[in-house]
Design a protein around this ligand. Structure first.
Ligand code: ZN
Length: 294
């Protein structure tokens, strides 16, 4: 990479293997406390990987996890990474109303800040669930003093997506400085492809992600990449009752994920999301009214 390549945003959505959207129909929230807890050891492996590579990132953490693993959250902060919020218990934003969202936000922030000992200024919605159905979500984030959100997937997808949203940093509110930095998409034959990580990174060949990030960086923009602690954990319990599509998505390539991540981290420049937001904020576009009407 040449010296002027943008510094991309490296993020981890800190949740355990049983808290993913793919299993929500077969694993009840009430059962979570009784399941094998693997998030701490998996996050420690990620911290070791980041340390080895000399990179810092942002850990969007569930309040539920912070309450049970305060020492982990503190370690993440002490090692120079950003700790931000991923909501309380992975409830999608479009399944809540504004009041429930406000409570989810403040409860998770308190648990994370108490554990980390630092202020939380960033938020990522579970399953990128801020879209045209939730115009109050960015208003509530601004009302609670958040600086940024990275909660929009500007793409059409079967589980999520706000196709009409801008692909890069935008101002969702006319009267507030809150910045939304969507997860990365790439353009292919005029269509937007989800290219910011998660299952796409794990399941597709590494070359797809390299192509996508190079495309974005070539235009001078940073990519926003995310993955989960359970994605580097081939030893996690298997849920046989889950739908076949969910199982395929969740269990494919867990054994090769760590090596793929090392390659990705070594090949591009990475940093924390709050730093990326500072650099991108001046370029933020206004959210077109047509995107909300969609
Ligand atoms: Zn999540």
């Amino acid at each position: 990479m040449h010296a002027r390549a943008p510094v991309n945003g490296l993020s981890v959505d800190v949740e355990d293997w049983f808290q993913v959207g793919a299993f929500e129909t077969v694993i009840d929230r009430d059962a979570w406390s009784s399941l094998a807890d693997r998030v701490e050891r998996n996050c420690d492996a990620i911290l070791a990987m980041f340390d080895e590579a000399g990179v810092k990132g942002t850990f969007f953490t569930l309040g539920w996890v912070a309450q049970r693993h305060p020492a982990l959250v503190r370690r993440i902060a002490e090692q120079g990474h950003e700790v931000a919020s991923h909501g309380w218990d992975h409830q999608r934003v479009f399944r809540m109303d504004r009041l429930a969202f406000a409570q989810d936000l403040s409860m998770s922030r308190k648990a994370i800040e108490d554990a980390a000992g630092v202020q939380v200024t960033g938020y990522r919605a579970p399953s990128f669930s801020i879209d045209a159905r939730t115009p109050w979500a960015h208003q509530e984030l601004a009302a609670q003093g958040y600086v940024y959100s990275s909660s929009v997937a500007p793409v059409a997808h079967d589980h999520y997506g706000w196709r009409e949203a801008p692909r890069f940093a935008f101002s969702p509110l006319p009267d507030n400085d809150l910045v939304e930095v969507p997860v990365t998409t790439a353009l292919f034959a005029g269509r937007r492809l989800a290219a910011g990580g998660g299952g796409f990174f794990r399941v597709l060949p590494y070359g797809f992600s390299r192509w996508a990030i190079r495309q974005v960086n070539r235009h001078g923009r940073p990519a926003v990449f995310y993955f989960h602690p359970w994605e580097i954990d081939p030893g996690q319990p298997r849920i046989a009752q889950a739908p076949i599509r969910s199982r395929l998505r969740h269990y494919t390539n867990l054994g090769v994920m760590a090596d793929k991540l090392r390659q990705l981290i070594g090949e591009f420049a990475w940093g924390r999301m709050d730093a990326l937001v500072m650099r991108e904020a001046p370029t933020a576009t206004v959210l077109p009214a047509t995107a909300l009407a969609a």
